[in-house]
Design a protein around this ligand. Structure first.
Ligand code: PMP
Length: 452
């Protein structure tokens, strides 16, 4: 392998990184990751750290999941690719659809449409939502509602329902008819409400208000993450998602759950919807569906929505949508192995226990570091620290300071992720108590340098 300096220089002159200013690669060269085992990654300088990010919220089973690697290799040898566009299918994808149907049965989701990732899944769900209403003769239902601070991906549809200006402004104008309501974000919200339960009621009232303002008959779907992830790990009060379900049902609006992060155990439940006891009309999955080893995703569809398409006699239900890699046999084989490992290891149980340990540890750090404005977590292995320049005024922290926390934490043994003012933690779900302690002490070291 070429040396570190050579790679960093060539990186800067030849490639652009997602979600990064192109000039940054030169000023702040990336860590060159050369290997990964278990829950640890190694860089080109021989530094080994616990991966507090879990790849990108996707490597739930860690980096050494041999059954998934074996399934990928075996499928590559047998059938490396064939499309499932009209006229062809393959055994791996059929078996996967059946197993996902069983897995998601408690959420009422019985059909699968396969994609190559999270943004594709969101795009698919938005399109199918519009088509569903057209089939039913309600062609005027074309708008989408979502939450401020929500993240749904990068395609024009997904970007249009995103609730963070950083992912929108440079690409506007986006899709017309997409509107965001306040998120149940207790630390900062327009209602100045800190009680999560009352805040949930305010946000639900805002949803009702927006529906009345837009006209229920113009709205196709409401999309939300059961726990907001990239927006800074924002778990709503337990009454929120059931309240959204009730409002959507009352107004004939489809509820799309964006479970790209929350499905397959991350919240401590098998899915985010099950965590809140809600049955969505569609659910978007990706990421951990293949443990990050192969780009893949699936939109799961509720029985009633499926029946509307399947029983259509108007000719409007032909699906004019799909990707070259929809139903990729290697992705399907990887997903089958992941599903079976996820169930065999009962990963939500460890996610819940280690998540509780991490949340408690972060609250203890908050007592010692004034720079921590808010600690969020308590639902499996999704946690965040929101850093502030001043705890009393909640003034934002200097960007360089938060970068420093990350840098020092890395030197001290843990990779953590910075997103805006937040440090986000989403490690593999198979880590143990000592790994959580490593992440916490690395963060402790990082936070100490900022305050010192
Ligand atoms: N939805 C959610 C909730 C996500 O967190 C993400 C990615 N972080 C996406 C959609 C987009 O997924 P992808 O990056 O695989 O396109």
């Amino acid at each position: 392998m070429k040396d570190s300096n050579f790679l960093k220089e060539h990186n800067a002159r030849s490639l652009w990184h997602p979600m990064t200013h192109p000039a940054d690669s030169l000023a702040n060269p990336p860590t060159i990751v050369t290997g990964a085992q278990g829950v640890r990654i190694t860089d080109i300088d021989g530094h080994e750290v616990v991966d507090g990010v879990g790849g990108l919220w996707n490597v739930n089973l860690g980096f050494s999941c041999q059954p998934v690697k074996d399934a990928i290799t075996a499928q590559m040898d047998r059938l490396p690719y064939y499309s499932i566009f009209r006229g062809t299918s393959n055994d791996a994808v059929i078996q996967l659809a059946e197993e996902l149907r069983d897995f998601f049965a408690p959420d009422g989701l019985t059909r699968a449409f396969f994609t190559s990732g999270g943004s594709d899944s969101v795009e698919t769900a938005l399109r199918l939502a519009r088509q569903y209403h057209k089939i039913r003769g309600e062609a005027g239902r074309v708008k989408f509602l979502s939450l401020k601070k929500g993240y749904h991906g990068t395609h024009f549809g997904a970007a249009s329902v995103n609730g963070n200006a950083n992912f929108r402004t440079a690409y506007e104008p986006l899709l017309a008819g997409c509107h965001q309501i306040p998120a149940p974000y207790a630390y900062r919200n327009p209602f100045n409400e800190t009680d999560p339960e009352r805040l949930a009621q305010f946000c639900l009232a805002a949803l009702e208000d927006e529906i009345a303002f837009q006209g229920a008959g113009t709205i196709a779907a409401f999309i939300m993450e059961p726990i907001l992830g990239a927006g800074g790990v924002i778990p709503p009060h337990e009454s929120f998602m059931p309240g959204v379900r009730e409002i959507c049902s009352k107004h004939g609006i489809l509820l799309i759950a964006d479970e790209v992060i929350t499905a397959f155990g991350r919240t401590g439940s098998w899915s985010g919807c099950r965590h809140w006891g809600v049955r969505p009309d569609m659910s978007c999955t990706a990421k951990a569906i293949t443990n990050g080893y192969f780009p893949f995703g699936a939109v799961m569809i509720a029985e009633e929505v499926a029946q509307t398409f399947e029983k259509d006699e108007s000719g409007r239900a032909a699906i004019g949508h799909g990707y070259t890699y929809s139903g990729h046999p290697v992705g399907a084989a990887a997903a089958l192995a992941c599903l079976s490992e996820t169930i065999r290891l009962n990963v939500p149980v460890n996610a819940a226990a280690r998540g509780a340990q991490m949340h408690k540890g972060l609250l203890a750090l908050q007592e010692r570091h004034a720079v921590i404005g808010d600690v969020r977590g308590g639902h499996g292995l999704m946690c965040a620290l929101e850093l502030v320049g001043n705890r009393a005024t909640k003034a934002p922290i200097d960007k360089r300071a938060i970068g420093k926390v990350q840098e020092v934490a890395y030197e001290a043994g843990a990779m953590v992720r910075v997103s805006g003012p937040n440090i986000i933690l989403s490690p593999p779900l198979v880590l143990d108590a000592a790994d959580v302690d490593t992440i916490l002490s690395a963060l402790d070291a990082g936070l100490a340098t900022v305050e010192g």
